[in-house]
Design a protein around this ligand. Structure first.
Ligand SMILES: [Zn+2]
Length: 93
């Protein structure tokens, strides 16, 4: 089972579909068990789709960077919240 950190590290490659089949399965297993990462993935996919709809090219680096910044902010938020609250069930950072 991947941790959320491992999942997020592979997320960009997964979205680019450059991960190998085995890792792909592990990532999918993770999101089926982790609603937090599922939401991140879902948001990322929608962001990319939206962008691709406007511009039928590769996702530009700037989107990628913004996306990763958003994910990092989200993780930092959760980190801060986690210090105040106990870890919700199903989280496994
Ligand atoms: Zn997760």
């Amino acid at each position: 089972m991947l941790t959320c950190k491992e999942f997020l590290r592979e997320l960009a490659d997964y979205l680019d579909t450059t991960v190998d089949a085995e890792l792909c399965r592990e990532l999918e297993a993770h999101i089926s068990n982790c609603s937090k990462c599922y939401v991140i993935l879902d948001t990322a996919r929608r962001t990319i789709k939206l962008y691709k709809g406007m511009q039928p090219q590769e996702v530009p680096e700037v989107v990628h960077v913004r996306l990763m910044a958003a994910v990092e902010r989200k993780m930092a938020d959760q980190e801060a919240r986690r210090q105040r609250l106990s870890l919700p069930k199903g989280w496994h950072l």
